[in-house]
Design a binder for this molecule. Sequence first.
Ligand code: HMG
Length: 387
Amino acid sequence: MQVGIDQIGFYTPNKYVDMIDLAHARNEDPNKFLIGIGQQKMSVADQTQDAVSMGINATLRYLDHIERKNVGLLIVGTESGVDQSKSASLFIKTALNLPLNVRTFEVKEACFGMTAGIMIARDYVRLHPNHSAIVIGADIARYGINTGGEVTQGAGSISVLVKADPRIMTLSAGHSAYSADINDFWRPNDSAVALVDGKYSKDVYLDFFRHTFADYQKQTGLKASDFTALLYHLPFVKMGFKANQLAIEKRDDETKKRLADNFAASAYYSKQIGNIYTASLYLSFLSLLENAQLPANAKVGLFSYGSGAMAEFYSGQICEDYGKALNQTADQEMIARRQKLTISEYEQIFNQALKVPQDGLKLASDEKSGTWYFAGTENHVRQYRQK
Ligand code: HMG
């Protein structure tokens, strides 16, 4: 029996900042952001979008195509949690009307959270082949106005359904994991924005890629030339580009071209959305599926990195009719529908979203109908509504 990804849903909020505008406002050369960092736009979440609402909106993209009663597991990977105790997944489960007997919880390990969920889901479905699992990554990357990390912010969610006999990608057995207790990026309890040692984080990311990719090749006997595409966690596009350069150095010209072309296809959506932390690797996956021409049974390698730090490399095989399970037009409309913010509008929204909502606050959404949003709190309980 094959187990893997059967459905994929994507959501990003309806506002963005253009990197050329940001560069001018910060007295930087626009080419530093466009070429040096590799980003064109970043999505911005206002107060009405958080990890819960974005996770609901991403899952709704495919919910009508699945058997809800078969969902036995719902996992949410996020580092933008809305409560110190209650899992984001409980709010989401209610909005999605999932069965009462679903096992559900939230996982956190920086950007590794969604991969942890997928690995748990893969092994769960192997043991419970009649059940499926929903795994959601949803995050808002916030470093702060006029910080070095500002150009690498973003917001969004990816949701996948893991089941037996999937339509998009089968997940291969095995993985290569690597971890160390380090301080490259973290967000202490008293801070609404991340703290980061930017240059160190870039070095560690590449170091962890070298370790996990080499170990995976040793374990499996696979070589870089056996992969149709390699996918990376993309905190910003240039980071994944550097890892891909390491993977293709000393390879034949055909492998170099294939992996470079498919990397460009996988980075297409991230370039326009920015870092969405836990879901960023899976946004690259969606972008590859919708912007590359993949042969039947294409072998894809995935590198997941979460600061702190935990990394994993694993792989999968693309299913023959994967295109039928996608909705490229709707995904591209989701990106194109966003409204451009001026830098002062963005700064105002950013500062407001940092504030802990006062109890009794009532929020209205400017999203289109059908979109879920955070509507404020009643008796300290977060309220989620559909527009
Ligand atoms: P910075 O110091 O402003 O930029 O911060 P820089 O000086 O390092 O320049 C960036 C690149 O632009 C360099 O290229 C420059 O040469 C180039 P590189 O040497 O890297 O190839 N450059 C130009 N290119 C063209 N024209 C120009 C020009 N000027 C300069 N005129 C940094 C950059 C990424 C450090 C900062 O944005 C930051 O701290 N970001 C957040 C941290 C981050 O994303 N780290 C990535 C690895 S850690 C990770 O992935 C985990 C994470 O997602 C969190 C989680 O797990 O939850 C972050």
